[in-house]
Design a protein. Structure first.
Length: 296
């Protein structure tokens, strides 16, 4: 059952390490050198961390399924130590019910896009700040669309479009036959190409300045979204770590049971005694490696 399970403990420590490295030091400065390093392969670096996180979530989901299968086999003859790690807390065990938390993190972002682009884009309702800034970006884009519609009606031409990229975006590209007429005074010529002239107006300048400002804020939020998600995940570290400990104990018990069932010699359980002085006493013991070497 556990053969195809990912190494949850290793992945959990990696996520914890990312969060620890991005903790702020005194004066709000980044405490760890890696947070100040320039990552030339930042997208690839982000993809690796996202793949680790998605694998961890899948592993936690599978852990729930494993415990569900085994808990159905519990009987009065089940040893207390085994019953303890496969029973939920409400049933007297220690295995936490993490279903709701796992579903939340699985649905908090578009996993396919995150794996492809190496960027976490929060789904609506997950990050209130991101939702607010995104709504502002959409608002200014809508205002700019409404404005160009008004200018088309004003100049009597439906072929007017926005042109440009980056800081040069939203230039009104007007056919030359229209531009050769009396253009409004607020139209400022910015560039041209054969058959077309491009203009900016005070209204466009004002809307674009505000749009550019919120776009930069949005980029800043997205840049930190991965660490914010990991930080939120690690807030429940005690619960995740309890799941790891339960699976580790289960793995050990299953290994001992398998070895005992497949062994061709007599097996016995150890007897644990209370003593002020630690000791280990072995009677008529056989080392499994030596037995295997000299058995034939």
């Amino acid at each position: 059952v556990l053969k195809s399970q990912v190494d949850i403990e290793r992945l959990l420590r990696k996520i914890y390490s990312v969060v620890s490295q991005n903790q702020k030091g005194q004066g709000g400065q980044d405490a760890h050198p890696t947070t100040r390093a320039i990552m030339y392969e930042n997208a690839t670096y982000g993809k690796h961390k996202i793949l680790d996180f998605v694998s961890l979530l899948d592993g936690l989901e599978k852990a729930k399924s494993i415990v569900k299968i085994l808990s159905a086999l519990v009987s009065d003859a089940t040893p207390p130590v085994l019953r303890r790690v496969i029973a939920r807390t409400e049933d007297g065990g220690v295995f936490p019910d993490a279903s709701e938390k796992v579903r939340f993190f699985q649905s908090s972002f578009d996993q396919t896009k995150a794996k492809k682009d190496g960027v976490i884009i929060p789904n609506k309702g997950v990050n209130a700040t991101y939702d607010k800034v995104l709504a502002e970006v959409e608002m200014y884009n809508t205002k700019l669309k409404d404005y160009i519609q008004k200018q088309r009606r004003r100049l009597g031409c439906n072929n007017i479009v926005y042109w440009g990229s980056g800081r040069n975006r939203f230039q009104l590209e007007v056919p030359e036959d229209v531009a050769s007429r009396n253009m409004p005074n607020e139209y400022e010529l910015k560039s041209q190409r054969k058959g077309f002239r491009r203009y900016r107006t005070p209204v466009i300048n004002n809307l674009f300045d505000q749009l550019f400002e919120v776009e930069e804020e949005l980029d800043s939020i997205l840049k930190d979204s991965l660490c914010d998600l990991f930080r939120s995940f690690i807030e429940h570290f005690e619960m995740w770590d309890t799941i790891v400990q339960c699976l580790s104990t289960l793995d050990v018990l299953m290994s001992l049971a398998t070895y005992s069932a497949c062994g061709d010699t007599e097996m016995t359980r150890p007897e644990v005694c209370l003593s002020r002085v630690p000791f280990l006493e072995i009677r008529s013991g056989r080392h499994p490696a030596i037995v295997d070497t000299y058995s034939g």
